[in-house]
Design a protein around this ligand. Structure first.
Ligand code: ZN
Ligand code: ZN
Length: 339
């Protein structure tokens, strides 16, 4: 089989390896669609992603859906030819985080297409991969394979939204109009937020947000950008920019909530006294737990709309060009590979 391996910054090479054989509780998947995530772009641009530094070449791609090609001896509920979405999380299942249901916090988590675990797990930028049968969800009527490969980032957005207890009727600010910000926008819309504002420095992201159902958009670089804004019930920080978090803290209402889902720098200063005297609640949100199937069903039922998020689709042979294209901030929202 052919697979693309990341060797370092801007260095992705087509490689040959033998098709893996599924164990008793595993299935062999032929991926059909793989999305390029912000973290994939980081790996491609720098050769590493935050503190995940690859020790050897590996295949990217953790946002994927595909077809079951063969199944292990003990697998029930799946058959060859099934179209499935794959949850890329493989927690240990036995630590205190796993046992309390917060498996996204598992310290022994293995994740497809990630150098966060050793040995690294090859992702779906290859022709086949073996996955645990329990990570596969047969697609219901109403969701396509291309949409199913958006379920991982949608799950990240849903997990962020689930940090706060009520969305219906609230006013919300999302700082950062990239794919995760756009997905949070669609989730809070579906859950009944009454007023949603998106801030982003990019004109493209702001226009995209208005098309996706935002009531207002803000360019934080404009003078007095926040003059008419205060009192948001909830702020979702999805940009990773310290200044966006600082703005968000300023414009959250007293007693409101701020959810951090963007990847921020290791340390920087924040308006701490405001958090204290406005009694703000700060939540961190990392990957997701227990929402993947809900996300799939909400899309299939038409409650969460994913239309238009994929702006560019490339073929398997053009994966290096697709990665390069995904570096563009302007005009590109989500890049997908059709395998
Ligand atoms: Zn992702
Ligand atoms: Zn665990």
């Amino acid at each position: 089989m052919k697979t693309y391996l990341l060797y370092g910054a801007k260095d992705i090479r087509l490689s040959e390896k033998s098709v893996p054989i599924p164990g008793d509780d595993q299935v062999l998947i032929k991926p059909k669609f793989t999305g390029i995530c912000g973290s994939d772009v980081h790996y491609f641009q720098h050769g590493y992603c935050g503190n995940f530094i690859p020790k050897r070449p590996f295949a990217l791609g953790h946002e994927f859906a595909g077809v079951v090609d063969s199944i292990g001896a003990n697998v029930i509920g799946l058959k060859v030819g099934d179209e499935v979405a794959v949850d890329p999380s493989m927690p240990c299942g036995s630590c205190k985080h796993c046992k309390s249901g917060h498996y996204n916090l598992c310290l022994s988590m293995r994740y497809f297409g990630s150098a966060s675990c050793d040995p690294h797990m090859d992702g779906a930028m290859g022709q086949y991969l073996v996955v645990p049968a329990t990570n596969c969800y047969v697609l219901p009527v109403g969701i396509s394979m291309a949409q199913a490969s958006l379920l991982e980032p949608l799950s990240v957005a849903m997990h962020a939204v689930k940090q706060v207890d009520r969305i219906a009727g609230t006013s919300i600010l999302i700082t950062g109009g990239g794919p995760i910000g756009q997905l949070i926008l669609r989730v809070v819309r579906a859950f009944g937020a009454h007023d949603v504002t998106v801030s982003d420095v990019s004109e493209f992201a702001r226009a995209f947000s208005l098309k996706s159902g935002a009531n207002k958009v803000v360019n934080p670089l404009e003078e007095n950008a926040w003059k008419y804004y205060d009192g948001f019930d909830i702020v979702f920080e999805a940009s990773g920019a310290p200044s966006a978090l600082a703005n968000g803290i300023q414009v959250t209402r007293r007693g409101g909530s701020v959810v951090l889902v963007g990847t921020l720098p290791e340390s920087f200063s924040i308006p701490g006294n405001l958090i204290m005297n406005k009694e703000l609640k700060l939540y961190g949100s990392f990957r997701f737990a227990n929402v993947f199937e809900d996300a799939m069903n909400l899309v299939a039922a038409g409650i969460i709309n994913l239309d238009g998020l994929v702006t560019d689709t490339f073929n398997f042979d053009d994966i290096p060009q697709a990665m390069q294209h995904a570096l563009n901030k302007n005009g590109v929202m989500k890049v997908q590979i059709e395998l």
